[in-house]
Ligand binder design. Structure first.
Ligand SMILES: [Zn+2]
Length: 142
């Protein structure tokens, strides 16, 4: 399995958090990787548990894994919806815990998808361009 860090994806996550005014999330606490994992998922989110945070001396961190080529094959808006879905797995406490598809997850997801729909078209296209450019950049480097 190949896994690459995707700094472009990280920028897009930061921008999404800013545009959607999700003030409770720490943009710096998100990392993005691309993988070709054998999974039926298009994306997954991994949290660094409290035990690992203390043991390794790291801050609460979440890693969003984008599974290729499935993620890249999605239409633009579906890519952003997928990222927002993964971000909605992060609880209010930003503890490292990944919450299931519970009602708090669903409430946040609904609200943030509504926010996505109200973003200007150019902004959405710029985010998708950055995601695609990221994957091109990564392919060139490997
Ligand atoms: Zn989910």
């Amino acid at each position: 399995m190949r896994i690459y860090r995707d700094p472009y994806g990280e920028e897009v996550v930061k921008e999404l958090i800013k545009y959607l005014e999700i003030n409770r999330l720490r943009p710096k606490g998100f990392k993005v990787v691309r993988s070709n994992s054998e999974t039926s998922a298009i994306a997954r989110i991994w949290g660094v548990s409290r035990v690992l945070q203390v043991g390794l001396g790291v801050e609460p961190t979440y890693v969003i894994e984008l599974v290729e080529p499935r993620f890249s094959n999605l239409p633009c808006k579906e890519k952003l919806r997928t990222l927002i879905h993964e971000i909605a797995h992060v609880p209010k406490t930003f503890s490292g815990y990944v919450r299931p598809h519970n009602r708090w997850f669903k409430n946040d997801l609904r609200e943030w998808l509504k926010g996505l729909r109200s973003l200007p078209k150019e902004r959405i296209q710029a985010l998708c361009y950055k995601l695609d450019e990221g994957v091109r950049e990564i392919r060139r480097g490997n």
